[in-house]
Design a protein around this ligand. Structure first.
Ligand SMILES: [Zn+2]
Length: 455
């Protein structure tokens, strides 16, 4: 099979000086969602993209929900045509200036070799621009899309999407669609177009064990006093086995559906940077990441690591994060951990659920909407995309899948080595071009599609 002319036109559009200029414009807004002082930047970003969307025929409104801004842009072609809901986020994590290679400015688009660097290029500003450029490409070639588009842009994804669920719930008619088609997260690897249909959930638990107010001399008391650091280590060790396989049955989906297994057959996580002997027994690495749950110790604390003293520390703390696969029951995760620690004798460890949590959700692999996107990419590029039932990471997919009741299909335009959430966030120019081609063929396939074909 050969690539379609829409693919070539999309890829070419991402090679223009205008594309680069626009990407630089987006990156220059310091939309760090964790910094309250960036509020004017968040608003400025939204008004900037409102200009672009308006020029493409969208009607744009910024809505406020519980103090958070949501841009809803609507482009209507006909009542009988399918409607896609797209979603992007314009906020980013902190710039981390001073920690980038060669002193690169996180808020400036910089070209280094074949890559473009800048905060948000992968997550999510570059992905937004790819989709906007793809839509522009289809409209330039054909004059119309053959579908209606509603584009929802939030500015708080990096702090857990505050207000997003409420906003969607209160605006069901406004956001009504046949399909969520959006882009975030990484491809399986840079050169392979990827589709994913859901996301793992995430929940973080802080464990605390305190035996006394102050440390006690390790010589005078050692051997006759309980050591919270040792006990915490034993408690953490009972959450998985020696190979990292979860020992809390309620934290796993229990089984992997056949269609999910089939979709993951033959897939290896990118870069080879995985430990094949780590994780749930009997599963492939791809199944462990995309169809099973995992627990990680994110941090642990006892004593004073920079300057250890000869004392039994009085207390120990650890932060355990669960990533749970679709199919895992979201209710009762903390209770299951409590029960497990109690059974193993750790009744005095206090458990607190901390930080933002995400639900797990997924559109079935065989859903017509998933097949539509997969087939469009196959026909438009000449190669079938990788189909991941679920992203290993977490996204607010449940708000669209369970909240709005839409089939959810994500076409990610980043790659595993992009350094999102770290210094040196970057994307290869070639990936941006390929992604714009891929998205152009997906949007191009909407013409002639009926709403019922997607349900
Ligand atoms: Zn992010």
């Amino acid at each position: 099979m050969t690539r379609s002319s829409l693919y070539s036109a999309g890829a070419a559009a991402a090679r223009t000086p205008q594309f680069r200029q626009r990407l630089g414009d987006l990156i220059a807004y310091q939309t760090d969602a964790t910094d309250p002082a960036s509020a004017p930047q968040l608003a400025a970003f939204l008004s900037h993209v409102t200009g672009w969307l308006t020029a493409l025929g969208f009607t744009c409104d910024v809505h406020d929900c519980e103090g958070h801004s949501f841009l809803v842009a609507k482009r209507h072609e006909g009542a009988d045509l399918p409607t896609i809901l797209s979603y992007s986020h314009g906020d980013v994590v902190p710039g981390m200036a001073g920690r980038w290679r060669d002193g690169l400015d996180p808020w400036a688009l910089t070209e280094v070799g074949d890559d473009w660097f800048g905060r948000g290029i992968a997550d999510n500003k570059g992905q937004f621009l790819v989709n906007l450029t793809a839509l522009e490409t289809v409209l330039a070639q054909r004059g119309s899309l053959g579908a209606n588009v509603t584009w929802l842009i939030e500015m708080g994804e990096e702090v857990g999407s505050p207000g997003l669920a409420e906003f969607c719930n209160h605006n069901r008619a406004l956001l009504d669609a046949d399909l969520l088609l959006a882009s975030d997260g990484p491809r399986m690897d840079a050169g392979r177009p990827t589709v994913f249909l859901g996301a793992r959930g995430a929940a973080t638990f802080r464990l605390d064990l305190e035996h006394r107010i102050a440390g006690r001399h390790s010589g005078n008391f050692g051997g006759a006093l309980r050591n919270p650091a040792l006990e915490m280590a034993h408690a953490l060790a009972c959450i998985t086995d020696r190979s990292g396989a979860l020992q809390i049955a309620e934290w796993t989906p229990g089984t992997i559906p056949d269609a999910t297994r089939e979709a993951l057959t033959g897939l290896t996580p990118a870069g080879g940077a995985i430990d094949a002997d780590w994780g749930a027994e009997g599963l492939t690495p791809a199944e462990r990441i995309h169809a099973w749950s995992s627990a990680e110790v994110l941090a642990m604390h006892a004593g004073d690591p920079p300057a250890p003293v000869n004392a039994i520390p009085p207390r120990a703390s650890a932060w355990v994060q669960l990533r749970f696969a679709p199919g895992t029951k979201a209710a009762g995760l903390a209770e299951a951990l409590r029960k497990h620690l109690d059974i193993h004798g750790f009744t005095d460890i206090k458990i607190t659920q901390e930080g933002p949590s995400f639900a797990a959700s997924q559109t079935p692999v065989g859903h017509p909407a998933a097949q539509f996107v997969t087939q469009a990419i196959t026909e438009g590029t000449g190669t079938a995309p990788v189909v991941l039932p679920s992203l290993g990471g977490s996204l607010p997919n449940d708000i669209f899948r369970d909240g709005l009741g839409l089939p959810t299909v994500w076409v990610p335009h980043s790659f595993p080595g992009c350094s999102q959430h770290a210094p040196d966030e970057h994307l290869p120019k070639r990936l941006l071009q390929d992604a714009t081609g891929v998205m152009s063929v997906v949007l191009g396939a909407l013409a002639g599609t009926r709403p019922e074909d997607l349900r």
